[in-house]
Design a protein around this ligand. Structure first.
Ligand code: DAT
Ligand code: MG
Length: 149
């Protein structure tokens, strides 16, 4: 089953949106297999966003991610990578459709509440970067027959 890395950024935590966001993923039918509240080191933030290190906003982005705790999670389910991206919405909350997390709660690209892996390979890299293997739980959800044919 596919997995993705989801992070509620410092603004989402400060704005008390953790329950709202986790609830959306739960209600969709995805399974939570790892979750931790953590203060991110500069080293981890830079590694996580290394593909963007030539962008003018990179240093501000790293500083922001380290500025206050985040909630790091791994969610599992059928097509969870692409479906999560749809639930999150466009990078710029101004462009994000109503009904998406960024569309409903964000007003600025540098404070867009949540991160989600953009592809299956990226998800693998990000999960390995943020979690030890033993922190990711294999568990059988009894709801499965009601979610999957
Ligand atoms: P996404 O988070 O939708 O995958 P991304 O990977 O292109 O978007 O960028 C990572 C984060 O960097 C994004 O969530 C917010 C920040 N960012 C992107 N473009 C930006 C910009 N033009 N100005 C400020 N921050 C930006
Ligand atoms: Mg991205």
């Amino acid at each position: 089953m596919e997995r993705t890395f989801i992070m509620i950024k410092p603004d989402g935590v400060q704005r008390q949106l953790i329950g709202e966001i986790v609830g959306r993923f739960e209600k969709k039918g995805f399974k939570l297999v790892a979750m931790k509240v953590m203060t991110v080191s500069q080293e981890l933030a830079e590694k996580h966003y290394e593909a963007l290190n030539d962008k003018p906003f990179f240093s501000g982005l790293v500083k922001f991610i380290c500025s206050s705790p985040v909630v790091a999670m791994v969610w599992e389910g059928d097509s969870v990578v692409s479906t999560s991206r749809q639930m999150i919405g466009a990078t710029d909350p101004h462009a994000a459709a109503p009904g998406t997390i960024r569309g409903d709660y964000g007003v600025s690209v540098g404070r867009n509440i949540i991160h989600g892996s953009d592809a299956i390979e990226t998800a693998k890299r990000e999960i390995a970067l943020w979690f030890k293997e033993e922190e990711v739980n294999e568990w059988h959800a009894t709801l499965n027959p009601w979610l999957y044919e």
